[in-house]
Design a protein around this ligand. Sequence first.
Ligand code: NAD
Ligand code: RM4
Length: 256
Amino acid sequence: MLLKDKTVIITGASRGIGRAIAVECARQSGKVIIGHSGSESSKQHVASLIQAIEQAGSRAVDVGADAADPDTGDKLVKAAVEAFGSVDVFVNNAGICPFHAFLNMPREVYYKTVDTNLNGAYFAVQAAANQMKEQGRGGSIIAVSSISALVGGAMQTHYTPTKAGLLSLMQSCAIALGPYGIRCNAVLPGTIETDINKDDLADQAKRDYMIKRTPLGRLGEPDDLAGPVVFLASDMAKYVTGASLLVDGGMFVNLQ
Ligand code: NAD
Ligand code: RM4
């Protein structure tokens, strides 16, 4: 019960990595605020997620709001305080990666990616941190960055800077918020099979190459992120701040 008495906000929690984190947080007794886009399809995913969380013996409330909107963080915090009385953990997970070449990158794709992945995140982290400061008992902020913060991708020139930006944001916030006992860390997933890369990994040659590069011999599953995030969220990581944790099956250290 690593998250007993803690309220956890997770953005982009309707599917993929965010959903797996939400379920594990509930299993560890955390109460969950499910951030999601508010689209019709995300509402359906959220209904089944709330059921899964209740089956795990915990409680959840959902907030449909665009992660790119600078007011979304305030809405998530307000919902958490109203429903459960506090914000103890904030997981910034929502993100998009519309794979596209660089030379003809449409401006709207670039701006949408940066707004969703980084600009909205900045103000959401700020909202969560202000609430944690007011509560006066510290907190844990975790950004789902990426191996892409450390390496490039020809079809991800709009995306990799956002992931490097999140990593850098956690490093600077670790310093800014340390005096309040608020820890800030990043997890860096490798290649995890979700909707975000469904089309990209449909290319069998690319898929085989990604698996071959991974020493553990398989692509990641969303649940592979759940344990590392719960660890960083919990008091087990009470002296861990400013850290980045690769969760990539060893892909980054393999040059081949
Ligand atoms: P996914 O597409 O399954 O999930 C993305 C989530 O973000 C969904 O719940 C989606 O509804 C939500 N989202 C997207 N745009 C939103 C918006 N405007 N407002 C609110 N919510 C929004 O993909 P995933 O792989 O689970 O991605 C989760 C995070 O993990 C992303 O930040 C992604 O960059 C990161 N990541 C993924 C991989 C991977 O290989 N899958 C690797 C490294 C990092
Ligand atoms: C990640 C990494 C993965 C890719 C996803 C979309 O950061 O680059 O390989 O599938 O993004």
